[in-house]
Design a protein around this ligand. Structure first.
Ligand code: X2X
Length: 333
């Protein structure tokens, strides 16, 4: 009743112009899920992309964003994007590697030393190799990978100065065979957990340590449940922005261009956000109580070499992918 009264009190022109908008659903209503808090640059730039795509497509493509594991953890979202329950997802290279093993190659321990090497590889042959492998399981990966960052180790037990400090350490790693293999090679006791469970498992001491880039440690407030941060830079990790293959193929070419430009452009800006955060976030985390140290990579690399880690993964990734990686970072074994 009160609704009716409000409507009848509105000037007629207002009602008429409001109606078509309310009635018109987008031609392509797509869902995008991710595992990160809203304040992370990935979500800020993804929202920008969705707004741009909606506008440039004249409302034909509407992408609704479900951040922060609202649709379930990584494993759930990965199966949803495969089945078409959602149309977009941004798994880390570590996580999509459970379906496309070669996708973990950028996360090989201590392979990259800086961003120049990273983007040379991921915007070049190595990235192209991984994207074509992703396409084979009927997912589509957009050209520009988004940045997660160089992963750092945090612990409630003590600073990690060298490989021997990891001995038997109960450390959470993503759902990733490569991460498990690497931390076993370093003598630790790794456990795979989805990101949605990291804060509580550190809080309840199911694990004592975890590893993630500094911007994630900040936005997920992991400093509340950790004391030490050791800047090991042991893995460079990025997010593949992927689409369900059928949902992507269904878009006419003009809309494909608008969607790809929106997402790739936002990805480039997101890389810049992470680069700036990497420079500023340490001060903030120190003021929140984390104690930092910056160990040399030498003892970690030596332990991995002794454990046969590089040899094993060279075999698993294959010669072509390995050669593309070494073209950016130099000889690894
Ligand atoms: O789960 C993690 O640690 C995260 C957020 O870095 C990934 O998505 C791999």
């Amino acid at each position: 009743r009160s609704m009716l009264r409000t409507l009848s009190a509105m000037p007629l022109a207002g009602v008429v112009s409001a109606l078509p908008q309310m009635a018109r659903a987008a031609e392509f209503s797509y869902k995008y899920g991710n595992n990160l808090p809203l304040s992370h640059p990935l979500n800020i730039r993804a929202k920008e992309a969705a707004d741009e795509i909606r506008e440039k497509s004249g409302g034909r493509v509407d992408i609704a964003i479900f951040p922060n594991n609202q649709l379930g953890g990584d494993t759930d979202m990965l199966s949803q994007v495969r089945s078409g329950g959602i149309q977009f997802f941004t798994p880390s290279s570590l996580v999509i590697a459970t379906l496309v093993p070669v996708a973990a190659i950028n996360a090989l321990g201590f392979a990259f030393s800086d961003y120049a090497q990273v983007w040379k590889a991921m915007d070049g042959d190595l990235g192209a190799h991984v994207r074509s492998s992703i396409r084979k399981i009927r997912l589509y990966a957009f050209d520009k990978m988004w940045d997660n960052g160089f992963r750092q180790m945090t612990s409630s037990k003590g600073p990690i100065q060298q490989a021997s400090d990891l001995e038997d350490l109960k450390i959470r790693v993503p759902v990733s065979p490569l991460s498990i293999s690497m931390f076993k090679g370093l003598g630790a006791a790794p456990t795979s957990l989805q990101f949605s469970e990291v804060y509580s498992s550190l809080q309840t001491k199911i694990v004592d340590a975890q590893e993630n880039p500094l911007p994630i440690i900040q936005v997920a407030k992991l400093y509340e449940v950790q004391k030490y941060c050791s800047q090991t830079n042991h893995i460079w990790d990025g997010f593949w922005f992927i689409a369900n293959g059928a949902a992507w193929d269904r878009l006419p070419d003009d809309l494909k261009t608008i969607v790809a430009d929106g997402i790739n452009g936002a990805g480039m800006r997101q890389r810049e956000d992470i680069r700036k955060l990497n420079d500023s976030v340490q001060n903030d985390l120190q003021s929140k109580g984390l104690t930092f140290n910056a160990p040399s990579p030498d003892t970690f690399r030596a332990a991995l070499r002794n454990a046969g880690f590089y040899k094993e993964w060279k075999g698993r990734f294959g010669d072509e992918a390995w050669a593309a990686l070494e073209a950016s970072v130099g000889k690894l074994v």
